[in-house]
Design a protein around this ligand. Structure first.
Ligand SMILES: [Zn+2]
Length: 337
């Protein structure tokens, strides 16, 4: 349901429009026949409707306006049916600090959720679309910074996956407009595999609503709670290791260990999904091999760890995991019948 996340029911029968309009609209009454299924029939208050609008001409006149207007145009066109609340909220007050050529740094750009500010350090076309995706998927509420799949407050979680998915979307929708710079390669590949399990529509929707819980809910169909949280934190650990200057000996061993954990969990999640699909006759037994090859793609996954290419996982490992899960599934079924 498209608007599910922005509406919160309260005890006294009022619905409060959440993140977008907490300040603008206090609350509005709904008739008694309201139900979640009828959400689309609800007349949205005028404040909400008018906030879902961008003035492309005004955007194009801003500094870096060619990219900002282009981003907005493509987002509205390609993300029809997805909730762009944070994008509409943030684009109006977005600040861009132009430090291009003024500071000597390797950083291309950054985005600060609390200030709703992008800072550009180098050739802006190399980073602005990536940063604009952060802008379109971020909000600050109750001392927590939410951005795509990351949450930053008392706890810090999801940063690795968030960077990977942000970069994946940047390449998918703006690959033709940017000078390609390889960034977060491993994170992108991991995000792509997770998207194959969850599905593109759901994953993009959760990202734009900064809905990590929603993503976890989707993964929980195939993984235990511990497996999901370990997966997300292992991606974080790998991400920090990958982006730090730590060159101590143990770090490359750790790096490989995190990557193995990540890919084994991802493969296990897909193996379980495939078992369910076979059981539900969504996938016929004759098509299993084709489905597996569509998912795994390469016979081996290699990773460059501190300049040394190492094997992380192979399609043979996948078949082992798959057989294990198939056995578990058969055992479970025989108990049921
Ligand atoms: Zn980023």
């Amino acid at each position: 349901m498209m608007f599910e996340d922005i509406l919160y029911a309260t005890k006294d029968g009022l619905l409060i429009v959440g993140a977008i309009a907490k300040k603008k609209i206090a609350a509005f009454k709904l008739n008694r026949k309201f139900s979640v299924e009828n959400m689309r029939d609800v007349q949205m208050p005028p404040q909400v409707r008018t906030s879902c609008y961008v003035d492309l001409y005004e955007l194009s006149r801003r500094k870096f306006g060619d990219a900002i207007a282009n981003f907005s145009r493509i987002l509205e066109r390609k993300f029809i049916g997805k909730d762009l609340t944070y994008f509409y909220k943030n684009i109006k007050t977005l600040k861009i600090k132009d430090l291009v050529g003024r500071v000597k740094t390797n950083i291309l750009g950054s985005y600060y959720v609390g200030h709703n500010e992008i800072i550009l350090y180098n050739d802006y076309l190399k980073s602005i679309y990536h940063e604009l995706f952060h802008m379109a998927s971020s909000c600050y509420r109750d001392d927590v910074y939410y951005s795509g799949f990351s949450q930053n407050g008392e706890h810090d979680i999801g940063r690795g996956l968030n960077e990977g998915y942000t970069e994946l979307l940047t390449r998918r929708y703006f690959g033709g407009f940017v000078d390609f710079v390889p960034a977060y390669e491993e994170e992108v590949r991991i995000a792509k595999y997770i998207e194959k399990i969850v599905g593109q529509f759901k994953m993009e929707s959760c990202y734009l609503r900064a809905n990590l819980i929603g993503l976890i809910r989707e993964l929980r169909f195939y993984l235990t709670e511990t497996e999901v949280t370990d997966l997300i934190t292992d991606i974080d650990k790998m991400h920090y290791l990958n982006n730090s200057d730590n060159s101590q000996d143990y770090s490359s061993l750790l790096h490989l260990e995190y990557l193995k954990n990540i890919y084994f969990t991802i493969f296990r999640a897909y193996a379980r999904k495939l078992c369910f699909e076979i059981e539900d006759r969504i996938v016929m037994e004759s098509a299993i091999d084709t489905e597996i090859k569509k998912f795994v793609e390469e016979d081996y996954i290699f990773s460059d760890i501190d300049g040394v290419v190492k094997e992380v996982i192979s399609i043979e490992d996948f078949y082992d995991i798959f057989d294990e899960e198939l056995d578990k599934n058969n055992m479970r079924n025989s108990r049921y019948y």
